[in-house]
Design a protein around this ligand. Structure first.
Ligand SMILES: *[C@@H]1O[C@H](CO)[C@@H](O)[C@H](O)[C@H]1NC(C)=O
Ligand SMILES: *[C@@H]1O[C@H](CO)[C@@H](O)[C@H](O)[C@H]1NC(C)=O
Ligand SMILES: *[C@@H]1O[C@H](CO)[C@@H](O)[C@H](O)[C@H]1NC(C)=O
Ligand SMILES: *[C@@H]1O[C@H](CO)[C@@H](O)[C@H](O)[C@H]1NC(C)=O
Ligand SMILES: *[C@@H]1O[C@H](CO)[C@@H](O)[C@H](O)[C@H]1NC(C)=O
Ligand SMILES: *[C@@H]1O[C@H](CO)[C@@H](O)[C@H](O)[C@H]1NC(C)=O
Ligand SMILES: *[C@@H]1O[C@H](CO)[C@@H](O)[C@H](O)[C@H]1NC(C)=O
Ligand SMILES: *[C@@H]1O[C@H](CO)[C@@H](O)[C@H](O)[C@H]1NC(C)=O
Ligand SMILES: *[C@@H]1O[C@H](CO)[C@@H](O)[C@H](O)[C@H]1NC(C)=O
Ligand SMILES: *[C@@H]1O[C@H](CO)[C@@H](O)[C@H](O)[C@H]1NC(C)=O
Ligand SMILES: *[C@@H]1O[C@H](CO)[C@@H](O)[C@H](O)[C@H]1NC(C)=O
Length: 457
């Protein structure tokens, strides 16, 4: 027994770390930083993780709105559709004498909301999950291309963009008329909260900009023109549709995400003036009421899942601050709300709250982002992460949240000139000796993979 246990533990100690894919709430990664490749050697593990995540996601793609098996009310699968996640049918008043088919329930029973409680049938229509996987795949494949130089990754990005947005047989129509759709006799129309479903456009903008700025031969001028065309039409929907304008007026995380999505889209089409106005508008309006002097986010605290919502809105604020940096707007990181709060204060408050049943790691990318921006003179943020997650220097976010201490968790630093990542083909190589030699002290345990994705609500 003792021997078996020892053997088992030894195997665990030697096993390479293959970190579970985490879908961050949102982020925007500066393309100039990525293509400069002037990465600290302490980021070798995070580079490795990004390449692995790019491979794992690529094995699942491409994705399309045509993948869903349920038709939107228009009968046209090219229309994006998702169902309001907390919405439940109440069939008691519909004269139900025989068992109703799902389609009958969706259209005849009135629906009511139970905040924070997912209706499990919601993922029967998985445009949301597919868009999320696609946006992560674009982010990680574009960075993997920069890291490895393998055009497999840039070709993947081009394929995902073509399939989701542009190919006439698989493309999404440029609107969210049926996102987080209300069901029942008074429904069959999108709701404003569904605009959130496309928040990943900020990740997609990062990916496109990386290929574009580095002149990837896979980012052809035809692709660029067509994607600009699609995004221009979608921006017009975001700026004029009543559902979209309702989301723009939402005071909480929904409004935050509307603004960073709109700004990212304007960056994609080259409308820098528009993007600057959008990000400036967010920080001078909604942001001003979102953080108290003590760092509490009052509009998230009142929701049913406050730990999650504090993390979620922090990610949106951080993404907007990064967009502001990219647009050269001067730092929003120190901007103080009318209540006296800052992004850093909001992070410091969130750090004091116990996650309870929520996924604790939703906060971690925000901790690293704040530490990298404001510095970590007393080592508080590094100590928090080192305690919470010994693999943090191998997490993807660690690549772009620099400078930031690795808490000495990266033992074997490669020689100067930065890491040279495998250009060999197999995932087996990625997962093998190269990983364990680079991240040896991180690799002291094997993580079990949970499906970690923070939901769009
Ligand atoms: C989703 O649709 C795309 C485009 O048609 C297709 O390539 C892909 O195989 C589909 N995925 C699944 C899981 O059916
Ligand atoms: C369900 O509908 C019935 C009337 O048809 C109503 O009396 C009841 O309050 C409803 N329940 C909920 C949870 O809305
Ligand atoms: C409809 O009625 C049938 C039979 O009375 C019952 O089994 C079923 O659960 C009801 N469906 C709903 C959605 O209320
Ligand atoms: C929804 O899509 C995501 C990404 O493609 C996938 O991981 C997840 O399993 C899907 N969910 C369902 C219920 O099909
Ligand atoms: C991309 O092409 C432009 C225009 O030819 C050039 O100015 C720029 O230096 C190139 N960038 C890279 C990273 O090669
Ligand atoms: C832009 O997209 C629209 C609709 O998808 C299409 O009709 C039009 O030809 C496209 N324009 C260009 C320049 O590609
Ligand atoms: C759906 O919502 C849009 C935007 O508010 C509105 O213009 C349209 O009339 C609605 N359609 C239906 C069928 O209610
Ligand atoms: C700036 O952005 C806001 C919010 O999207 C919009 O209402 C306003 O019209 C824009 N102003 C200009 C000059 O584009
Ligand atoms: C905040 O302001 C201080 C003082 O102007 C400056 O030193 C610091 O770099 C700023 N921090 C960020 C994250 O912008
Ligand atoms: C690289 O990262 C290490 C570990 O966090 C740090 O000690 C070192 O100062 C960093 N080097 C540079 C040039 O930022
Ligand atoms: C790139 O793709 C080709 C063909 O699918 C494959 O043979 C090759 O091993 C891949 N290279 C890398 C670095 O993944």
């Amino acid at each position: 027994m003792y021997r078996l246990t020892t053997l088992f533990l030894s195997v665990l100690m030697l096993a390479p770390a293959v970190l579970c894919i985490v879908s961050y709430d949102n982020d925007f990664v500066d393309p100039k930083y990525v293509i400069s490749k002037s990465f600290n050697t302490s980021t070798a593990g995070s580079q490795q993780t990004i390449v692995e995540w790019a491979d794992q996601l690529a094995a699942q793609g491409p994705w399309s709105v045509m993948n869903k098996t349920v038709d939107p009310p228009t009968g046209n699968k090219h229309d994006y559709m998702s169902w309001a996640p907390y919405s439940w049918p109440n069939c008691t008043g519909v004269g139900n004498t025989t068992e109703l088919t799902p389609q009958q329930i969706w259209t005849t029973c009135p629906y009511y909301t139970r905040d924070g409680m997912f209706n499990p049938d919601g993922r029967l229509v998985n445009d949301t999950g597919n868009f999320q996987a696609m946006s992560d795949a674009i982010l990680y494949n574009s960075i993997a291309w920069a890291i490895t130089g393998s055009t497999n990754y840039s070709a993947n990005v081009a394929t995902y963009i073509r399939t989701w947005f542009l190919d006439p047989t698989t493309a999404m129509n440029p609107n969210l008329n049926y996102a987080q759709m209300a069901r029942g006799p008074n429904g069959q129309n999108g709701t404003h909260t569904g605009v959130l479903d496309l928040k990943g456009m900020a990740k997609i903008a990062s990916g496109i900009l990386i290929l574009r700025l580095a002149n990837s031969s896979d980012w052809t001028s035809e692709l660029d023109t067509q994607m600009t065309n699609w995004t221009t039409q979608y921006i017009s929907w975001l700026q004029t549709n009543p559902i979209a304008l309702e989301e723009a007026a939402a005071m909480n995380n929904h409004g935050s995400y509307y603004y960073n999505q709109l700004s990212a889209n304007q960056i994609i089409v080259g409308d820098t003036t528009g993007a600057k106005n959008t990000t400036n508008t967010y920080f001078s309006t909604l942001y001003m009421a979102q953080i108290n002097a003590n760092g509490e986010q009052p509009l998230e605290a009142i929701r049913t899942r406050p730990y999650h919502y504090r993390c979620y809105n922090l990610a949106a604020m951080i993404t907007s601050a990064r967009l502001g940096d990219y647009l050269g707007l001067g730092s929003f990181w120190n901007m103080t709300t009318t209540k006296g709060g800052t992004i850093k204060a909001a992070l410091d408050f969130a750090l004091t709250v116990q996650p309870g049943d929520e996924a604790a790691n939703e906060l971690y990318p925000n901790v690293a982002a704040v530490a990298a921006q404001y510095g970590d003179p007393d080592g508080k943020y590094a100590a928090f992460l080192a305690n919470a997650d010994k693999t943090y220097p191998a997490q993807a976010y660690y690549l772009w949240d620099q400078p930031f201490s690795d808490s000495n968790l990266v033992a074997a630093t490669p020689t100067s000139g930065g890491p040279s990542l495998p250009t060999s083909s197999t995932t087996a190589t990625h997962n093998g000796a190269l990983v364990s030699s680079r991240t040896s002290s991180i690799v002291s345990f094997v993580m079990l993979c949970f499906a970690i994705a923070f939901l769009n609500v």
